[in-house]
Design a protein around this ligand. Structure first.
Ligand SMILES: *Cc1c(COP(=O)(O)O)cnc(C)c1O
Length: 419
């Protein structure tokens, strides 16, 4: 006879999450996850899918008819997008300013693209005219670029990049995973052809679903490949030598058919994640994008003021700082991971370490989505101050919270004088 092991009912500790994902989720989104299941072709469910698609358009600020979530984390969205537009042998230009640029390179290499990279030092971004010039010189089929680099806390300006891509017939594919719904992102105005977001960053939805949108320029390439894959090669396609899209699960063309009125069956939509995403997007639109960007800036300002009062040094070029991720240097002689473990253990506060060349050198503190709150900033600063003192770092006790509180009270005064 076997005895089945007994496991405790699921229960997790109380946390204040100040990492760049996953972040805390609004209770309304958590409640949406418990909504009863509907069949994937139930008209009530397909109506929710259609609404979600419209909400994705709203948050991406696009009129693209193509706007749907890929089931999987943001990386699945990136892989689906690149797999759809990058053909073997295509030249793809990837400017790299942090870890996620390398991810784009890796995905494109697996697609047998000819990848050309350009790099700047981590902590800085490109002068966009340098990228635009490279696009005009190299004439790639695709420019793949990260908007906000969570690894370095930087945001890349896009001025002139959409036009440069159009001039040479390149598609502009953007990783907006860290930035959508946190800082301004203008899909149409910036002439972004394909944009990919993530759920567990500024949208504040659990990881596992990735909104993607693409325009007619991208769709022309995607649907032509799709016709060939389905044996529906048209006269126009005959000479074009377009290979089919390599992935089945992450085939944007098939997903697009599934999300179209034809509802051609692909995989089963992840019902509960769709509910969660819909609620998360609804909350973003209810708050308003401008208000939401403003809220992220306010909590960034309070956090930065507090960290400065602690005497911590910031990492990276201030001109390109990403509002939702603040990077600070780990003080000399301090074990960064031990500090993080203490914060988590004693205060339930989670901050992030870092990757690659920055490993052991900086902490990353994020204020994204539902995690971007006064409670979290004050609690996080208080916990960090106490922890640093515990680790023997000389900090002016009490100043951090006062500095953050001053930012909040200035903001309150400003709001009240505006009437
Ligand atoms: C988090 C992140 C990703 C990867 O997201 P996953 O959801 O973990 O797959 C990609 N790009 C950027 C900029 C990110 O911040």
């Amino acid at each position: 006879m076997t005895t089945s092991p007994r496991f405790a009912e699921l229960s997790v500790g109380k946390r204040t999450i100040l990492t760049p994902g996953p972040v805390e989720v609004d209770p309304r989104v958590l409640r949406a996850l418990t909504t009863p299941i509907l069949g994937q072709f139930d008209p009530e469910f397909t109506a929710l899918m259609n609404e979600t698609s419209r909400m994705i358009q709203g948050v991406f600020r696009t009129a693209n008819p193509k706007a749907l979530p890929v089931d999987g984390t943001s990386r699945a969205g990136l892989e689906a997008a690149l797999t759809a537009v990058v053909r073997p042998g295509d030249k793809v230009l990837v400017p790299i300013f942090g870890r996620f640029g390398h991810l784009l390179v890796e995905i494109c290499q697996r697609l047998d693209a000819v990848v050309e990279t350009m790099e700047v030092e981590w902590g800085t971004v490109f002068d966009p005219t340098v990228i635009a010039r490279a696009v005009r010189e190299k004439r790639p089929q695709v420019l793949a670029l990260v908007h906000g680099e969570t690894s370095t806390g930087r945001v890349q300006p896009f001025t002139g990049l959409g036009d440069a891509c159009r001039d040479v017939g390149a598609l502009f594919v953007v990783d907006a995973v860290a930035t959508l719904a946190g800082v301004p992102f203008e899909t149409d105005e910036w002439k972004v052809d394909v944009a990919i977001a993530g759920a567990q960053k500024c949208l504040s939805v659990p990881a596992g679903i990735a909104p993607v949108t693409w325009n007619d320029r991208a769709d022309a390439r995607i649907t032509a490949r799709h016709r060939i894959e389905r044996g529906l090669r048209t006269a126009a396609d005959v000479d074009s030598d377009l290979p089919p899209i390599r992935s089945n699960y992450l085939d944007l063309a098939q997903l697009s058919d599934y999300w179209s009125p034809a509802r051609l069956n692909h995989h089963t939509e992840a019902t509960s994640m769709l509910y969660a995403l819909r609620e998360g997007l609804r909350l973003v639109l209810e708050e308003g994008l401008e208000e939401r960007w403003k809220r992220h800036r306010l909590h960034e300002a309070a956090l930065v003021a507090g960290l400065k009062a602690l005497g911590l040094e910031f990492f990276g070029d201030p001109a390109s700082k990403l509002a939702v991720v603040t990077c600070v240097k780990i003080p000399q002689g301090i074990d960064g991971d031990a500090v993080r473990a203490f914060l988590l253990d004693q205060f339930g506060v989670e901050i992030a370490s870092s990757f690659g060349p920055l490993k052991g050198k900086i902490w990353r503190i994020a204020t994204m989505g539902y995690s971007a709150s006064r409670f979290n900033v004050l609690h996080g600063l208080g916990a960090l101050e106490a922890t640093l003192i515990r680790f023997g770092v000389k900090v002016p006790a009490g100043d951090a919270l006062q500095a953050a509180l001053a930012v909040y009270s200035d903001q309150a005064k400003l709001a009240s004088t505006k009437g």
